[in-house]
Design a protein around this ligand. Structure first.
Ligand code: TTP
Ligand code: MG
Ligand code: MG
Length: 490
């Protein structure tokens, strides 16, 4: 038996608990700007038609006296950890799937705690007693139905689907409630007159595969109550990111860097709190016309200081030729390594490595001050006073040789792209190669003086006439003295 636990109006409920004046009132957690969106809405606010992801101005239109709380991610994360700890007392197989929900496999735990319903009730009581928050629990023989069950009687719900009742629930379950069925699949469902998950059983696997691709097989199984997805207790985080929608669109590079700095700090703080270092830094920019781009860089060493993350983010930003105003700025880190993992140090530490370690020490000291005295206790000097490290931008060591391997993804495998890359590399007197890869990406190696290589990387970010660059990943590699010219490799 699988249980799914999901907190009720999580962020809003935490705010109501911590400020009893808000109890029984329409409360949303969101930024105060009209451009912000609602993160969470209390059940009182939902009566006015307010829901998560709705712009704040619309929420205000629906309920002019709605109370807006800015919220505190740290506080919610702290409560989330406590909730997960409670759940782990009921089963070793607990899989948190978001900040406010988790699956538990309680198979075989019956003798210890009782029936699934008794277990669910005990979980609810423990959470109320220890956190003064309510949750909804769903139980079913398979994972996907447990999640559907937890949503059936929200808030403060408890719904158990027994093995005997499972097929009846499937037969009447509206198809739109099945995870994975989005707007596109719904159109197909309508054309096949599929209204409930049970209706899927009228069609054979071949037709489902034809209509829904790889999702066809999953639908075929779900309609028969089969879901082999296990409860995986440890699913390590793959990335940490922070982004902000600005109160007005900006284009001034100084302002963009300020926002990158703030996001780098936020991400760095979370990274260090999780005892991790990262090898990859990504920036995301959304423009005034809502188009967006991401750019990433894979580093030779793992970092965790906010400063180093900021430097990388700025170098990615500098490689872009931006013509539109920016409405959202984000910084993300990924490809983690545990902090305890010993780092391979070079025999003679170079200046950037020493600086990195010094910044790390400063950041850790800052983290502990902030944890103790709150988010406003300490702040870095703003950019006006801060010298932006130029070591990653390319105007240092201009004459030294370097080699960078690049993987470019997007619409890049046309003939023109390789030829234009070849010409651009030759113009910059670089050695190396460009090559189409089987996974539709393009791999290239650029070797030459550092300034020219940086310039070539900036060219890659922009792309050529007929290409559409999605991501450019770079990795510094060993200089190969045998490489003397640039070629297209087939
Ligand atoms: P949900 O569990 O989806 O929603 P909820 O807990 O607010 O309400 P419900 O009773 O329906 O479960 O999300 C958990 C928290 O995640 C939510 O309180 C706030 C945050 N969140 C966002 O920040 N943005 C979003 O778009 C959504 C859906 C949630
Ligand atoms: Mg919830
Ligand atoms: Mg949830």
């Amino acid at each position: 038996m699988i249980l799914h636990v999901d907190m009720d109006a999580f962020f809003a409920s935490v705010e109501q608990r911590d400020n009893p004046d808000l109890l029984g009132k329409p409360v949303i957690v969101a930024g105060h700007s009209n451009r912000s969106v609602v993160s969470a809405a209390s059940y009182e606010a939902r009566q006015f038609g307010i829901h998560s992801a709705m712009p704040v101005f619309q929420a205000r239109q629906k309920c002019p006296h709605v109370i807006i709380q800015p919220g505190s991610r740290k506080k919610y994360a702290r409560d989330s950890r406590k909730i997960m700890a409670i759940l782990r007392k009921f089963s070793p197989l607990v899989e948190p799937v978001s900040i406010d929900e988790a699956f538990l496999d309680i198979t075989g735990c019956e003798k210890l705690i009782g029936t699934p319903e008794q277990t669910a009730r005990k979980i609810k009581t423990d959470i109320v007693n220890q956190l003064a928050l309510t949750c909804s629990v769903g139980g079913a023989p398979v994972r996907f139905l447990a999640k559907i069950a937890s949503d059936m009687n929200k808030p403060d719900g408890l719904t158990i689907i027994s093995p005997a009742a499972m097929m009846q629930v499937i037969d009447t379950l509206p198809i739109g409630k099945v995870p994975g069925v989005g707007a596109k699949a719904m159109n197909q469902m309508q054309s096949l007159h599929i209204e409930t998950l049970g209706d899927v059983k009228k069609f054979d696997l071949q037709l489902l595969n034809h209509k829904f691709g790889s999702f066809g097989q999953r639908l075929f199984q779900l309609a028969r109550g089969i879901d082999h997805t296990p409860i995986a207790p440890e699913r390590p985080r793959k990335s940490i990111s922070g982004e902000v929608t600005l109160s007005r669109d900006i284009s001034n590079p100084g302002e963009v860097k300020s926002v990158l700095l703030a996001q780098a700090h936020r991400v760095g703080n979370e990274l260090r709190a999780a005892n991790l270092r990262c090898r990859k830094v990504t920036i995301k920019l959304k423009f005034s016309d809502f188009s967006q781009i991401t750019r990433s860089k894979t580093l030779g060493t793992c970092i965790c200081s906010s400063n180093a993350i900021f430097d990388q983010a700025v170098s990615l930003y500098h490689c872009l030729k931006i013509t539109k105003k920016i409405r959202l700025v984000g910084v993300g880190v990924s490809e983690f390594q545990e902090t305890e993992t010993p780092i391979q140090r070079s025999l003679f530490d170079d200046e950037p490595q020493i600086q990195n370690r010094q910044w790390e020490a400063v950041d850790r000291a800052m983290d502990s001050v902030l944890a103790k005295f709150g988010p406003n206790a300490l702040n870095k000097a703003n950019l006006k006073n801060q010298k932006i490290s130029k070591k990653y931008i390319g105007d240092q060591k201009v004459n030294s040789l370097c080699a960078v391997e690049v993987i470019i993804t997007g619409r890049v495998q046309g003939v023109c792209f390789r030829h234009e890359t070849h010409l651009a590399a030759q113009e910059r007197q670089l050695a190396g190669y460009v090559k189409n890869m089987p996974d539709r990406s393009v791999r290239a190696l650029f070797q030459g003086n550092q300034e020219n290589v940086q310039d070539m990387l900036a060219w890659c970010q922009k792309g050529s006439t007929f290409s559409e660059i999605k991501e450019v990943n770079t990795r510094t590699v060993q200089v190969d003295p045998a490489l003397t010219h640039f070629e297209i490799r087939y």
